[in-house]
Design a binder for this molecule. Structure first.
Ligand code: NDP
Ligand code: 8X3
Length: 253
């Protein structure tokens, strides 16, 4: 069987870059997407000796650009076996009444609408070929609330339910759907959330051993490499240092 093709969004950093390295090492051909062209170029150079890589400098919020990129994939990359919907971000950690609407829109546009654009562009080909797998990157924040998680968590709750509903629609199509739901992992995630305030971002990971990007890539690869008859619906993983709080009770007012 020829090597399989993975289309990975958000491949310029964190989980996406770790996935690119992991899937390349396992012999997959890669379509790598992100907005930072120089990072894509570096990754393509790094992986050139291992596998063939097609890069797409792509903003997943741009529906027309996503459709055009998928429609014009080179023939040798056109039959995508696996879509890893990983591009995403959190913006801010303020209580809802103080959040910026622009941040909320940014998360909805990327984590929900961007994921929908990529899925809608790639899924018909998978159904036609009667083969494929969509792996969405959700989050523990899509299940458990926390202060300041307001819209970020809600976007990941969308990803969770959308993943289940895709399974319902794809019954009989031999296309698998998985939602991977990580907890705290050290990537550029907090740098983006705190908009370049690196001290604040570093504090999130200080003194603890968070999940690594490689831990998450390993989990994604495991889900992708089960026999074709096996659909892993969801996997939730956390670092051992992270758990749950009791219900909060206010005794004021
Ligand atoms: P990083 O910030 O390290 O990586 C995010 C990636 O998403 C980058 O490659 C970035 O590329 C890409 N991206 C962001 N916006 C866009 C866009 N508009 N168009 C295309 N690509 C985009 O974070 P992580 O690796 O941690 O995050 C990956 C996913 O995992 C996200 O969906 C995140 O919500 C989720 N997650 C993260 C957790 C964590 O604790 N780190 C835990 C649970 C889930 P570029 O900037 O080049 O466009
Ligand atoms: C990111 C995990 O716990 O920082 O999705 O919200 S958390």
């Amino acid at each position: 069987m020829p090597s399989q093709i993975a289309f990975i969004t958000g491949a310029t950093s964190g989980f996406g870059a770790a996935c690119a390295r992991r899937f390349a090492a396992e012999g997959w051909r890669l379509i790598l997407c992100g907005r930072r062209q120089e990072r894509l170029d570096e990754l393509r150079t790094e992986l050139a000796a291992t596998t063939s890589v097609h890069t797409l400098s792509l903003d997943v919020r741009d529906e027309a650009a996503v459709n055009a990129a998928v429609a014009t994939l080179p023939a040798e990359f056109a039959a995508v076996d696996l879509l890893v919907n990983n591009a995403g971000l959190a913006l801010g950690l303020e209580p809802a009444q103080r959040c910026s609407m622009q941040d909320w829109q940014g998360m909805v546009d990327t984590n929900i609408k961007g994921l929908l654009y990529c899925t809608r562009a790639i899924l018909p080909g998978m159904v036609e070929r009667n083969r494929g797998h969509v792996i969405n990157i959700g989050s523990v924040a899509g299940t458990y609330p926390y202060p300041g998680g307001n819209v970020y968590g809600a976007t990941k709750a969308f990803v969770k339910q959308f993943s289940l509903n895709l399974r319902a629609d794809l019954l009989g199509a031999n296309v698998r759907v998985t939602n991977i739901e990580p907890g705290m992992a050290e990537t550029e995630f907090s740098r983006v959330r705190f908009k370049g305030n690196d001290d604040k971002a570093d504090q999130v990971y200080q003194g603890v051993e968070s999940l690594s990007a490689e831990d998450v890539a390993d989990t994604i690869y495991w889900a992708a490499s089960r026999p074709a008859r096996v659909n892993i619906n969801s996997i939730e993983l956390m670092p051992i240092c992270q758990a749950f709080s009791p219900f909060a009770v206010s005794r004021e007012g």
